[in-house]
Design a protein around this ligand. Structure first.
Ligand code: CO
Ligand code: CO
Length: 308
């Protein structure tokens, strides 16, 4: 039986549990295997990624529980200390208190967090409110899946890797604050399903369609070259397969692949009424956040995306 306190369950970025005073707890968990070589960076990325679902809903992070899987016989504890230091640094930046955690012996290292945030129940931004006439704004460049696949293969130019790590460790906090001020209608964060996969969730929830202006979508430097060289993650291939039947227009295959690339700690995708988009973009840029108007919410066959 569904609890009367449960406002939003699985299907949105995080679960929402209403408290008696009009506020709501917002909770989510994310952990994964290493995606970069440097343990400190991996820790930072895992923390930023776990917090992202809270920011996507406009919630303020409060507490975090740390989840660790570590092959204690195969990897030094000094590396784990670096992972934990990275996680702690990002949580401190976010003002989120690590209150505990649990670690187990594991064949493959895993790291992440269960995080809890809070917000006024009526002011949380869900992924369901988009309406025809809204514009779509993306707050980070795409390509982290392609870049980290090349990094794992030892084939990523260091300056390309550096920019990707900067992007993945950046918090979506300023983007979240700003979209609430400008009264965004819907938002989600771009992670494992890629831009088009997460966009489809937004479209299905609101029973609308969208257009994407491919030339407006920001990419990490080096992504085109790495894709041409054959670096493309398995998760992105699965995204592409599931999204393809719903894509209209005639985009190049490589364009579609980038739009479906599975992201780690990606940006927010925000739906905002057309007459407020300039205000949103200006405010985001004032906060130092990348802000690109990448498309529109339109009427049309529900869940379809025209790529122009
Ligand atoms: Co999410
Ligand atoms: Co998540």
């Amino acid at each position: 039986m569904r609890s009367p306190h449960l406002v939003l369950g699985p299907g949105d970025d995080a679960g929402v549990y209403r408290l008696s005073d009009g506020r709501a707890l917002v909770q989510t968990v994310d952990f994964f295997t290493p995606i970069v070589d440097d343990p400190y960076d991996w820790g930072r990325i895992a923390a930023a990624n776990a917090l992202s679902d809270l920011y996507a809903m406009g919630a303020t992070p409060l507490t975090a529980l740390q989840l660790v899987g570590w092959p204690r016989d195969d990897l030094p504890f000094s590396a784990l200390e670096e992972v934990l230091r990275g996680g702690a640094d990002v949580m401190a930046t976010a003002g989120c208190v690590i209150v505990g955690g649990h670690s187990i012996d594991d064949r493959e290292p895993k790291y992440g967090f269960a995080v809890t945030g809070v917000g006024e129940a009526g002011e949380l931004v869900t992924n369901a409110g988009a309406a025809v006439g809204d514009r779509l704004v993306l707050t980070k460049p795409l390509g982290t899946g392609i870049v980290s696949t090349a990094m794992k293969a030892g084939a990523c130019p260091p300056q390309v890797a550096r920019v990707a790590v900067e992007t993945m460790t950046a918090l979506n906090d300023a983007a979240a604050r700003t979209m609430k001020q400008v009264e965004a209608r819907a938002a989600t964060d771009i992670t494992g399903f890629g831009l088009l996969g997460h966009l489809r969730e937004v479209l299905l929830a609101a029973e609308v369609a969208a257009t994407i202006d491919q030339s407006a979508v920001p990419l990490l430097p080096g992504v085109d070259e790495l894709l041409s060289a054959g670096f493309y993650p398995g998760g992105s291939t699965r995204n592409l397969r599931s999204v393809r039947p719903h894509v209209l227009g005639d985009p190049e295959e490589d364009t579609l692949r980038i739009l479906c690339d599975a992201q780690t700690s990606g940006g927010l995708l925000i739906a905002i009424p057309g007459d407020r988009v300039d205000e949103l973009v200006a405010s985001l840029e004032e906060e130092g956040v990348t802000a690109a108007i990448v498309g529109d919410v339109v009427a049309g066959p529900v869940g379809t995306i025209r790529v122009d």
